[in-house]
Ligand binder design. Structure first.
Ligand code: ADP
Ligand code: ZN
Ligand code: ZN
Length: 742
């Protein structure tokens, strides 16, 4: 017997199969998906890989497979999926396989793996501040020590031997850190359980409304009959979508099957998981990136051993090793986090369509503001659409008002907060109600310019302007993190008329304090959400300590339920609209509708204020009326005219590197070739610098093709890229329907 084997490596040259002899004694264990060890190349060490095919003859095989490891084996379906992904997303099969392996075991060296054991656990013993302080003062300075401590900031409570393996460190280093008080060891029985200390009241099923029942019955039918179907549940926030998910999952369990539920990373909060725990007890595994590697490994094992039949997770949970899949549910299906922006650049929604078809089971997508592509497919009948027009608990949708900032300006209001919003905040403070203010920019000022010569302070690594952070009194680049001291004198002309323009969350917070001196505020953006302040902690604090005003970026938009919030202010809608991306209007509309959904979710009716300089834009007006359908119709017409998805696919080919000449040469080669092969089947644009044309000292160019993706085209692109003679480390990335065009 012979095996076709893929070596676990991300080297492009190794993305092909190698034939090996399967020795007699391993024939029983040899199957497609098995993890194996083989001699490869000149290295003395064995390499690891996977069997992706078995056959009776081979012209090339001359070496034998040495070991077959049972523990990490994949299924044949996994391998089929990995092959498909490799072709579609321009990556190695082994890159895809890694996503399907237990967390912490995908490394090229299989001995580096997280293990399931009893024993000693390592905890961080100092606060983040103390540690930062020690590093600053030079008390903590060994690179290895800092590495360990930094790792523990996120993974405190990790199993000791796992830590040693993952960071490649010795036990004696840990002992030193213990002696110096940075870490402590605790002996514990193993079961890293993210639900520990939970005490949740069981929750009973609700009697479904007519619309819910109709939706449920239809999809239930597919579950019972093992039938693949694609469904969209289109319903406003609070219309009872989750209740339908819970009932469908109950049905799936009754059939002895398992369920995968995907939610956006950021809304995967304890409150959200609690709803599932309340209904199903701990028959649940949770997978997301905020769990430690050990926890993720354990959750994975729970699924594999069939101890948990419901998987709730972010994007990558689509690869959870469930047997006998009965349904995939994707909540907030329009969310951009389902598309990966790292290799492999997969779209979990596309894969979910494929996986549910493979498993003869339904796919359920839910949203109040579906992805335009999804809604379009539901119009074409490719996806079945179910509508839940009303809120399940009959709470009213909020009143939404649009405020014209031009009028404010001409009335002499130079503040970021309009008179109307100001009054409403005051009223809310008097009534002890809470307010949320949303601004899509963090920091203090968005750019710094010399009034005399027009000089703008830019990052020296990236070609974008630096943002002023007042509290730290620094200028910071939001792309690479570069920081420099504030400038007062223009470096170009020597003028002292250097001024700050634009606004960010920091400035908004300061302004709120100026306007309302007694107010308590809490801010949530990438700068305040750190290791010690997870976004959950900030939101809990806002809720539990009844802080008056929450100020935040995009992060606050999703999934939370604050009973006491009756006012939401969107400080600048314009900042969301004018982004160089064909989906910016769609995203803005979705955010506005969602943000409005944060107000008045209980008995009291909420008020929402949209502030804008451009009050005639259809996006704002349809969002005000919460009118998805009109928005959809307007937007889909634009897409059709301009040839954007869903009327074609966008293939973005990105070139990055330090050598501009090489980028220009290679991109031209690729363009010339593809222009011929595309011919009249689409539009190909010449390579040009990306909107942000330099990040971290690397030039960024790109080329766009608008066409329907076909297997032939994918092969052409792969062929021409593989045939470039790259000398200076230029990288070429192909992203199909990317989540960001920047
Ligand atoms: P969505 O997922 O669409 O935001 P949920 O399923 O969370 O909506 O429902 C919103 C609220 O209404 C929840 O508190 C839920 O318990 C309640 N609810 C949902 N369906 C019903 C029903 N049929 N009867 C009574 N309450 C319901
Ligand atoms: Zn100047
Ligand atoms: Zn930068």
């Amino acid at each position: 017997m012979f095996a076709e084997v893929i070596i676990n490596s991300n080297a492009k040259a190794l993305n092909k199969t190698f034939d090996y002899i399967v020795p007699k004694n391993l024939e029983k264990k040899a199957r497609i998906g098995a993890r194996i060890f083989v001699p490869f190349g000149r290295s003395k060490k064995l390499d690891n890989g996977f069997i992706i095919n078995l056959k009776e003859t081979s012209e090339y095989a001359n070496k034998e497979i040495s070991v077959i490891e049972d523990e990490d084996s994949l299924t044949e379906n996994n391998i089929i999926l990995a092959k498909l992904m490799s072709r579609k997303y321009f990556c190695n099969i082994s890159d895809c396989i890694k996503l399907m392996l237990p967390p912490g075991t995908g490394g090229a060296n299989v001995n580096e793996r997280v293990k399931e054991k009893k024993g000693r656990f390592v905890y961080l013993n100092k606060t983040i501040e103390q540690i930062e302080d020690d590093i600053e003062k030079g008390i903590l300075k060994k690179e290895n020590h800092i590495k360990i401590v930094k790792f523990l900031e996120k993974n405190s409570g990790i199993y000791g031997p796992d830590l040693e393996i993952l960071l490649d460190i010795s036990n004696s280093i840990l002992k030193t850190l213990q002696k110096n008080g940075y870490i402590v060891f605790k002996n514990e029985q193993l079961k890293r359980n993210p639900f520990i200390n939970k005490n949740i009241k069981p929750d009973k099923e609700k009697k479904l409304t007519k619309a819910q029942q109709f939706t449920y019955d239809n999809i239930e039918n597919d579950i019972i009959n093992n039938r693949h179907s694609k469904n969209l549940i289109f319903g406003v926030t609070g219309s009872g979508k989750t209740e339908i998910y819970l009932r469908l999952i109950a049905k799936v369990l009754e059939q002895g099957k398992s369920a995968i539920v995907l939610v956006p990373e950021i809304s995967l909060t304890p409150q959200m998981v609690d709803r599932f725990l309340a209904r199903f007890g701990d028959n649940i595994a949770v997978l997301h990136s905020r769990l430690s590697i050990g926890e993720r490994f354990d959750e994975w094992q729970k699924i594999k051993k069939n101890e948990a039949k419901i998987v709730i997770g972010a994007r990558s949970a689509i690869f959870a090793p469930v047997e006998n899949l009965g349904i995939i549910i994707i909540d907030e299906e329009h969310d951009m986090s389902y598309k990966s922006d790292m290799t492999p650049r997969y779209n979990a929604k596309d894969l979910a369509k494929y996986i549910t078809a493979q498993n003869n089971c339904p796919l359920v997508l839910g949203s109040a503001t579906p992805d335009l592509d999804t809604y379009y497919e539901s119009e074409k009948g490719i996806i079945k659409r179910f509508e839940l027009p009303d809120r399940a608990n009959n709470s009213e949708l909020p009143d939404i008002e649009i405020i014209d900032l031009r009028t404010e300006l001409s009335n002499g209001n130079r503040s970021m907060i309009s008179y109307r919003l100001n009054d409403l905040i005051k009223e809310n403070l008097n009534n002890k109600k809470q307010t949320i203010l949303f601004l899509n920019r963090r920091g203090y000022s968005t750019f710094i310019m010399c009034r005399d010569c027009g000089y703008v302070a830019k990052c020296k690594n990236c070609n974008i302007s630096l943002t002023y952070h007042k509290y730290e009194n620094k200028l910071r680049c939001h792309y690479c993190g570069f920081e420099q001291d504030v400038i007062k004198i223009c470096p170009d002309c020597g003028s002292d008329k250097v001024r700050y323009f634009g606004t960010g969350t920091q400035k908004l917070e300061e302004e709120v304090h100026n306007l309302f001196p007694q107010v308590s505020t809490i801010r949530m953006d990438i700068d305040t959400v750190t290791k010690k302040n997870s976004h959950e902690e900030i939101l809990n604090k806002f809720k539990n300590e009844n802080i008056d005003i929450l100020i935040g970026t995009q992060m606050i938009v999703k999934g939370h339920h604050f009973p006491n919030v009756t006012l939401v202010g969107v400080i600048s809608v314009d900042g969301m609209l004018n982004i160089d991306d064909y989906r910016s209007t769609e995203r803005a509309f979705q955010s506005l509708v969602q943000v409005a959904g944060r107000a008045g979710r209980e008995k009291e009716k909420g008020i929402v204020i949209f502030q804008s300089y451009n009050i005639d834009s259809y996006t704002i007006n349809y969002a005000k009326n919460q009118d998805y359908l009109s928005f959809y119709k307007t937007e889909i017409d634009f897409r059709k005219k301009l040839k954007y998805p869903p009327f074609c696919d966008i293939i973005l080919i990105k070139f990055q590197g330090e050598n501009l000449k090489e980028i220009q040469k290679i991109s031209k080669n690729i363009y010339d070739f593809l222009e011929k092969s595309i011919n009249n089947t689409g539009i190909i644009y010449k390579p040009i610098p990306a909107p942000i044309d330099k990040i971290k000292n690397k030039y960024r160019w790109r080329m766009i093709i608008k066409t329907k993706v076909s297997g032939r085209l994918l092969d052409c692109i792969k062929y021409i890229i593989d045939n470039q003679n790259i000398k200076n480390g230029t990288s070429i990335i192909v992203d199909i329907n990317p989540s960001s065009m920047m």
